[in-house]
Design a protein around this ligand. Structure first.
Ligand code: SAM
Length: 232
């Protein structure tokens, strides 16, 4: 995948991302809420979080609100998205760190309790997704959690066809150009089916690997990191 193309696309989209994304991603706000509900820590915890491909920082904000003692690293490829995230998160300034980078090759740090990603990992080829899952596993503390909310491919071509038809109808019903969306989708996106991704997470070492939420071609899935010391 050409990361320069992805970076250019998101640099252009940053200013109206938040108002546009709900017209393209069904149940977007429900997904954001579900990501937070799935986090296993008490509100009094002090988790270190990472938002990978953070965009305007919607998931980082969720973590910072849910955990008043949390610190979050906001990681993204696009300068304009990072600028929008800085603006959104300015009231949490003392608990946020912003890092520009490409998560397929650049360092995103270690020692996290939560790593969340939204609508971003599907830009990587499948071998690069597998590599990233291994690096995410290594970057987590024991007891840590990884959750990915992403666009996925249907488990069979027939199912994928149904999901794409429904997705296009949703986009059209919001007055948007579904043909243009499809052009970008086939040029920039490499979605993989959930079953494959769950298997890649298990191979990376994760346990409690599961898909927690799915509606057609959008899903929330992830796993936990346990070592023999904290295994229940
Ligand atoms: C569709 S936006 C998602 C934003 C937000 N996470 C959400 O859930 O709404 C995808 C973001 O991922 C970033 N991105 C894509 N590929 C990336 C990569 N390899 N490394 C870092 N950021 C990446 C883009 O710049 C963009 O800001």
């Amino acid at each position: 995948m050409n990361m320069q193309r992805v970076e250019d696309h998101f640099n252009q989209d940053a200013s109206d991302y938040d108002s546009h994304i709900v017209k393209f991603v069904p149940y977007y706000r429900e997904q954001n809420e579900m990501m937070m509900e799935l986090l296993p820590f008490e509100g009094t915890a002090r988790p270190r979080g990472l938002d990978l491909g953070a965009g305007t920082g919607v998931l980082a904000e969720g973590i910072l609100r849910r955990y008043p003692l949390a610190e979050v690293t906001v990681f993204d490829l696009s300068d304009n998205m990072l600028a929008a995230a800085r603006e959104r998160l300015k009231k949490f300034e003392n608990r946020t760190t912003f890092l520009k980078g490409d998560f397929s090759k650049d360092d995103f740090g270690i020692g996290y309790d939560l790593i969340l990603s939204g609508l971003s990992i599907h830009h990587l080829t499948n071998p690069n997704k597998q590599k990233l899952f291994r690096r995410i596993y290594l970057a987590l503390n024991p007891g840590g959690v990884f959750l990915n909310r992403d666009i996925i491919k249907g488990a069979t071509e027939r199912l994928d066809g149904i999901y794409i038809r429904l997705w296009r109808a949703y986009v059209r019903s919001n007055g948007q150009d579904d043909a243009g969306l499809m052009e970008r989708y086939y040029a920039e996106d490499v979605p993989a089916c959930v079953e494959d991704q769950l298997e890649w997470m298990r191979q990376a070492g994760f346990v409690d690997v599961s898909c927690h939420w799915q509606r057609t071609n959008y899903a929330i899935y992830g796993g936990h990191k346990y070592t023999t010391d904290n295994e229940s």
